[in-house]
Design a binder for this molecule. Structure first.
Ligand SMILES: NC(=O)c1ccc[n+]([C@@H]2O[C@H](COP(=O)([O-])OP(=O)(O)OC[C@H]3O[C@@H](n4cnc5c(N)ncnc54)[C@H](OP(=O)(O)O)[C@@H]3O)[C@@H](O)[C@H]2O)c1
Length: 280
């Protein structure tokens, strides 16, 4: 598995497995399957309500904890230094572990500075091997970067062939923060799995559009965490390192970029109201 070195020197796999919208019971089976396929990076969150399933899945798999790169995120409802600290301990309990490999602020709303300070403490006390943020658009990302003690190792943002995050990636590079893609298939929006460019490139390598999309993102140096509840798709999504896209193919896929979200914008007041409402 290819790895990426984070700004504190630790290595993380460039390809992992995400469990958004998988209930806790199914998640237990999915995580065991994913580890059996070979995934060693698992991405969950307090807001997914499946950390317990992830913990059980890891236990069932027999894979050693130290061989797994485990990620969770602190939700807005737990924002603020004290509440976030307590929620981190609760996440560790549910995940049946003493530490996570990466801890993220899930959304830049509420007292996320307090949350980040709790995460810095968790980092210093060994409860998290690295810390970072998620859904931080350039404005909030730059602000936090200037006023925190420990520079975020990761910013996990919506990234796929239709939203390649080019301007944001330039900024993250300046701050030495690695981009991690959520929704690497755009959850299938825009008919991504049938996209002509991806399908035709895939025919040459006998790969699916999904595999071409993941190969593109990883060749661009982006960490990806595709989600599937089906083991055969987990396998498909894992088998992307036995071919390499040419520069010409990369250029072609770059033309799919619209530079816009297919989900929502954090600059839109209604979106902000909606996300904050979810935490109440
Ligand atoms: N930080 C955040 O705010 C945030 C937000 C969203 C997601 N995430 C993280 O990113 C992960 C991935 O994003 P996502 O789950 O939203 O969406 P995604 O990975 O872009 O897409 C998942 C969808 O694609 C389908 N699929 C998977 N592999 C396929 C294949 N090879 N061929 C055809 N269809 C396939 C899945 O269906 P089946 O399951 O039926 O196979 C599911 O409907 C999440 O699980 C989560 O860990 C984070």
């Amino acid at each position: 598995m290819e790895t990426i070195k984070l700004n504190n020197g630790i290595e993380m796999p460039i390809l992992g497995y995400g469990v958004f919208q998988v209930d806790s019971e199914e998640c237990e089976r999915c995580v065991t399957d994913a580890l059996d396929v070979g995934y060693r990076l698992i991405d969950t969150a307090q807001a997914y309500y499946n950390e317990e399933g992830v913990g059980k899945g890891i236990k069932n798999s027999g894979v050693k904890r130290e061989d797994i790169f485990l990620v969770t995120k602190v939700w807005i409802a737990n924002a603020g230094e004290e509440k976030a600290a307590a929620s981190i301990d609760e996440s560790l309990r549910k995940l049946q572990t003493d530490y996570v490999d990466l801890l993220l602020v899930h959304q830049p709303f509420g007292d996320y500075y307090g949350t980040y300070r709790a995460m810095e403490k968790a980092y210093k006390t060994g409860k998290a091997r690295s810390i970072g943020v998620s859904n931080f658009y350039p404005d909030r990302f730059i602000d936090l970067s200037h006023f925190c003690e420990i520079q975020p190792a990761i910013n996990q943002v919506e990234t796929h062939v239709f939203q390649q995050q080019r301007p944001a990636r330039e900024i993250m590079k300046q701050y030495n923060t690695q981009i991690m893609a959520w929704g690497p298939f755009a959850e299938g929006k825009n008919n991504m799995f049938k996209n002509e460019i991806l399908v035709s490139i895939g025919e040459k390598y006998k790969k699916s559009s999904a595999q071409v999309a993941l190969r593109f993102l990883t060749q661009e140096g982006i960490v990806v965490i595709p989600k599937s509840v089906k083991k055969e798709r987990m396998e498909q999504n894992f088998n992307i390192f036995d071919f390499k896209l040419t520069d010409e193919e990369i250029q072609k896929i770059r033309t799919l970029d619209t530079g816009k979200s297919l989900f929502f914008s954090h600059y839109d007041p209604e979106t902000v109201e909606m996300i904050i409402g979810m935490a109440k």
